[in-house]
Every structure is written in structure tokens, then in C-alpha cells.
Design a protein around this ligand. Structure first.
Ligand code: BES
Ligand code: MN
Ligand code: ZN
Length: 515
């Protein structure tokens, strides 16, 4: 078991008996695989430098012979290294220069994912992993990279389960390793919710999944409401979207109390359209299947709540998740119909495919008027225009607050699940407030489609246009449009083809750092 030698006190540990290791190891046997990082020009990481000199020479020799250079993401699998597990995946980390914590974390994330998948491909079931440039990054990357949506395939064609532990055993109990596991489990939870097809992820099933994952956690309460409740609350905008569907709607509230009793909460709102056919304004059939992921915002919010509660962060957070299908039928809302939202505003539904803003309108008003949060953030796969504007690199943030933008931007950069600021401006309101029959229309022209959607949502944040409320008391509002970052067309590093679960890690990081 000498592969477990620890850099800080290698000599002390090498004196320990084998039985000591076997009892302290969570894995039942010596891992079959090991992931190591290597910097540019084959500079070794600290934990490799702490190994026997003989092993170091052997390793460097083999890497040289394979033509490796250590550039970021480069992969070699080596065998027969003395005292190390049978299969050793060595992944390039790029330049060994001074870079930010976030950059080091991102390098480790990528390398860990690439190494872990390569070893799994070769039948390895237990893996030890070098911290490389960041232990949290290594934990996150390996777990995110090993994710696969298995549930609906024949057992024989599922990806095998793989166990990962830190190379240095003592790190198993470190907060960096544990945080990495929580951040990745949160995002993987969001990925599963979003990837699950709509016939297996109805509003009711979504609520069940969230309740069973979250309610066992400390300081968490999950409340599931039905459409009778929404009716009592006068949520006419939300209800107008579910009218055409045979699957009953749900409204999920998740309360997490980690802060002081009387401290104002952070409110998160997630768009939970479990399938968006467009309704009567039906979508073209090409790619319509991707609209099973139109609850990606709800999934990211649920994942974020799981992360916040698992880390027991010292904050109060309330999540509100309206869930329904958008379907055409004899009972569906028709173009031209006028509906009344919970806050009393009337909306002319010109296009039933602009449904996200309708369900969010009521959820945002309910959350802001009921819980009086200091900050309200909604997350939504809201507009196709967002896909065109930012693609899959950044999620777009529309906010009325510079301080909130700074905090979200920082969080996004720390996790490498980044945001780009977009305009939230009242001039866009003119494009949607000249209906001949109602206060608002649910669509403007094609121009600035993401921006008109954003300003529409802000009309439902309680208290913003109230002159009696002091500016400093007003809710900081941000709308995050994730239409572009919802899914990925290919597997790359720790990104897996399919629904991404973004921006779960950034929102957990935001909750960890915003105060
Ligand atoms: N869920 C879609 C937006 C979407 C499109 C998300 C592609 C992810 C990928 C949303 O409900 C929608 O249909 N928006 C319309 C709005 C339009 C009718 C004003 C759109 O963007 O086309
Ligand atoms: Mn739609
Ligand atoms: Zn939609």
C-alpha cells in the first residue's frame, strides 16, 4: 500500500503496518487506478515528488517515451509503475505558473474528469486521485466527469459505478474534499432532474424527487402545493400555462434556515416547465425533445438548495418552484386570451410559447411579497434569443443591482460556471406595455427577445415601483437566462453531453460568499 504515502509525513507513514491502512481505507482493497497530474515540461506535482525517487524516474521516463508534454488535458495511461496501482492515468495540467485559486481549481476539475473517465473505460472500479492543483477541484471534476444518466438503460449497458478517494488518505476528511463532493453531487442532482424525460419527470414526480432528496437534510422543509392552492392565491398567470395539460401542476417551496431567526432570506425561483411543446403556438418538431429540459432552472435551484443545506451555510434561503407542462388541447390558453396575475396585472397572451415568464410572474410575486427577501434570483430556460446571444459559454444575468452583479460575477468566476451581464432596462418595457386590452403583452417583437422577457419579469417583483419604500429596502433582483447553458452537445472535460445542471455550483458559491 505504499502508493498511499503522504507528502507531509511520508517517512512516518511508511513505518505504519499494512493493517493500519486496510482499516483506515474506506475502499475495501487497494485502488485499481490512480489519477496523477503533471505540469508542462513534465514537472511533477508535490505529491508525486514525495514518492520514491525510483518511481518518479520511472514515471518521467515513461511519459517522455510516450511523447507527453504536460499540456492541459493531455492523457496517458501508464502501467506497471512500482508500488502504485495497476493503472495510472497521468493528465496534463499545463503551465506550473502562479495562477488564481479559481484557475487551479478548474485545471484540477478538467484533469480529474479526463483521468477518471479514461480509467472507467478500462474497467477500473476504484480510483485514488492526486489533489493536483486543487483538492476541491479534483473531487468535483472526478464526480462530474463520471456522471452518466443510467436509470433508463438495460443494466448491462450502464456505465459501471466507480469509487474515488483522495491519494492522500488523510484528505478524505478535509473540508476541501467534502465540499467538492457536495458541489458535484448538487450539480449531478440537477443534471438528473433535467435529463429525465418528461414522461418520467412530471410536475408531481419532480416534487417527489426533490422532497425525498432534500427533506432529510437538517434545517430544511419542503412544502408541495397543488393547483387548488395556486387558485386560492390567484395565480392566474401560472394556471394559464397548465390549463392544456393532463398532468397536474405543482408548486414546490423549499425553506432552509441556516441563518438567524429574523434575518431576511435570499429567494430563489426556478422555471419548472417539465415539457414545453409551445402550447397552441406549437413549436416546430425539430429538437422539441430538448424541451424536457425546460425545467433546468427549477433543477438548478433544487440542486443549489441541496448544496446549501448539505454545507449547512449560515444563511436563510427560500426556493419557489412552479411546475407544469405547456401543452396544446381543448382546454389550453389561446393566443389573444387575457389573464390576471397574482399581483393584479393583466397579461395578453399573444404567444403561448412565451410561457416561462407567465409561471415565473406569479412565483416571483408570491416569493417577493410573502417572504420579503433581500435578494431574489430567478433561474430560467427562458428565451431562444439567449442561445443566439451567448451560446453555451455564459449564462445571462439581468439585474437591477450592481452589488448583486458583482457577487454573482465573482461566484461564477470562482466556479468556472460563469455569468455575463445583460441589460435590464425600462426602455424594453415599451415594447410590451402597449396592448390595446391588457397591462402587459407576454411577447414583444423578435428584437431584444431576452431583454423584453427580463423586464417583463421585473414587473412582478413586489415593492420595486413603490415610492414609499426606501431605495435601500428594495429587493435586489436578478434574472438568469440559462437557455444557452442548459445543455451541451458533446462531452468535454467535466461537461457531459446532455443537460448540464448549470449554474448550480455558481449559485451555491454565491450563497457561500455573498455576505
Ligand atoms: N423554453 C423556451 C426557450 C428555450 C429555447 C430554451 C431554446 C432553451 C432552448 C421558451 O419557453 C420559449 O419558447 N421562448 C420563446 C419566446 C418567444 C415566443 C417570444 C422563444 O424564445 O422562442
Ligand atoms: Mn416556450
Ligand atoms: Zn419554455
Amino acid at each position: 500500500m505504499s502508493f498511499l504515502r503522504i507528502s507531509k509525513n511520508a517517512t512516518a507513514l511508511s513505518k505504519l503496518s499494512k493493517s493500519h491502512f486496510s482499516t483506515s481505507l474506506r475502499m475495501s482493497q487497494q485502488p485499481e487506478g490512480l489519477i496523477l497530474g503533471v505540469y508542462k515540461d513534465l514537472n511533477l506535482t508535490n505529491s508525486v515528488k514525495a514518492l520514491d525517487e525510483k518511481v518518479q524516474i520511472q514515471l518521467t521516463e515513461q511519459l517522455k517515451n510516450s511523447g507527453a508534454t504536460g499540456k492541459l488535458g493531455e492523457l496517458r495511461v501508464l502501467y506497471g509503475l512500482e508500488n502504485l496501482p495497476k493503472q495510472v492515468a497521468v493528465v496534463g495540467l499545463g503551465k506550473d505558473a502562479e495562477v488564481s485559486v479559481a484557475e487551479n481549481m478548474e485545471k484540477a476539475r478538467k484533469a480529474a474528469a479526463i483521468g477518471a473517465r479514461a480509467l472507467r473505460e478500462q474497467g477500473v472500479k476504484t480510483i485514488a486521485i492526486d489533489a493536483m492543483s486543487s483538492l476541491q477541484g479534483a473531487a468535483e471534476g472526478s464526480k462530474l466527469g463520471l456522471y452518466s444518466f443510467n436509470g433508463l438503460k438495460a443494466p448491462s449497458s450502464r456505465k459501471p459505478l466507480v469509487e474515488v478517494t483522495p491519494f492522500e488518505q488523510s484528505e478524505q476528511e478535509s473540508s476541501a474534499w467534502k465540499s467538492g463532493l457536495i458541489f458535484s453531487e448538487a450539480q449531478n442532482f440537477a443534471r438528473i432532474l433535467a435529463e429525465t424525460p418528461a414522461n418520467h419527470m412530471t410536475p408531481r414526480l419532480f416534487a417527489d424527487q426533490v422532497a425525498s432528496k432534500l427533506s432529510p437534510l437538517e434545517n430544511v422543509e419542503v412544502i408541495v402545493r397543488d393547483s387548488d392552492w395556486a387558485e386560492e392565491m390567484n395565480m392566474g398567470a401560472f394556471l394559464s400555462v397548465t390549463r392544456g395539460s393532463a398532468a397536474p401542476a405543482r408548486f414546490v417551496e423549499i425553506h432552509y434556515k441556516g441563518g438567524k431567526e429574523n434575518e431576511k432570506p435570499l429567494a430563489l425561483v426556478g422555471k419548472g416547465v417539465t415539457f414545453d411543446s409551445g402550447g397552441i403556438s406549437i413549436k416546430p418538431s425539430a429538437n422539441m425533445h430538448l424541451m424536457k429540459g425546460d425545467m433546468g432552472g427549477a433543477a438548478a435551484v433544487a440542486g443549489t438548495m441541496f448544496g446549501i443545506a448539505s454545507l449547512q451555510l449560515p444563511v436563510n434561503v427560500i426556493a419557489c418552484i412552479p411546475l407544469c407542462e405547456n401543452m396544446p388541447s381543448g382546454t389550453a390558453t389561446k393566443p389573444g386570451d387575457v389573464i390576471t396575475a397574482m399581483n393584479g396585472k393583466t397579461i395578453e397572451v399573444l404567444n403561448t410559447d412565451a410561457e416561462g415568464r407567465l409561471i415565473l410572474a406569479d412565483a416571483i410575486y408570491y416569493a417577493s411579497s410573502t417572504f420579503k427577501p433581500h435578494t431574489l434570483i430567478d433561474v430560467a430556460t427562458l428565451t431562444g434569443a439567449m442561445v443566439i446571444a451567448l451560446g453555451s459559454v455564459f449564462s445571462g444575468v439581468f439585474t437591477n443591482s450592481d452589488s448583486l452583479w458583482k457577487q454573482l460575477d465573482n461566484a461564477g468566476q470562482n466556479t468556472s460556471d460563469a455569468f455575463w451581464r445583460m441589460p435590464l432596462h425600462s426602455d424594453y418595457l415599451k415594447l410590451i406595455n402597449d396592448s390595446p386590452v391588457a397591462d402587459l403583452m407576454n411577447v414583444g417583437s423578435r428584437a431584444g427577445g431576452s431583454c423584453t422577457a427580463a423586464i417583463f419579469l421585473q414587473e412582478f417583483v413586489a415593492g420595486l415601483d413603490d415610492e414609499d419604500i426606501d431605495e435601500s429596502e428594495k429587493i435586489r433582483f436578478a434574472h438568469i437566462d440559462i437557455a444557452g447553458t442548459m445543455d451541451s452537445g458533446s462531452t468535454n472535460g467535466y461537461t457531459i453531453k446532455g443537460m448540464t445542471g448549470r449554474p448550480t455550483r455558481s449559485l451555491i458559491e454565491f450563497a457561500r460568499t455573498f455576505q
